[in-house]
Design a protein around this ligand. Sequence first.
Ligand code: SF4
Ligand code: SF4
Length: 147
Amino acid sequence: MKNSEILSCFQCGTCTGSCPSGKYTSLNVRRIVKDSIKKDISDQCDLWMCTTCYNCQERCPRGIKVTDAILSLRAEAVKKGRILPAHRVVCKFLIEVGHAVPIDDIHIAIREKIGLSQPETVSKYPKALNDVKILLESCGFNELVKE
Ligand code: SF4
Ligand code: SF4
């Protein structure tokens, strides 16, 4: 997000009032916008409470790309090694089996019982899985999410 754009925020709170996640978590998107102007907020857990629904971005009367800004702030946080433990687990799954949420043995058994094969996903195809691994390695993803 351009500085000039974010500086046009007049703290109306429309973003916070539109935020479904903020109703159930500590996320206060208006505060994130405000704080991001004056300090490094890459260690704030609230950054990770956003579901990227884009409500705030669509409704901001100043046209500020709020959700895109949150995604950029997250990217910066990850570059500094600041990732929630739960997200590291998801990254690990992606590296190992090509899926953020892999199917487990229980669900494979249930599928077999009702006549369904394994889902048509990358983990069913060793070559495709290997391609994903090469891709993740070559773009630096593995290094980025390392403990
Ligand atoms: S809706 Fe836009 S102008 Fe209003 S507080 Fe949020 S970012 Fe600022
Ligand atoms: S995109 Fe994120 S911050 Fe914006 S309204 Fe949705 S959950 Fe809230």
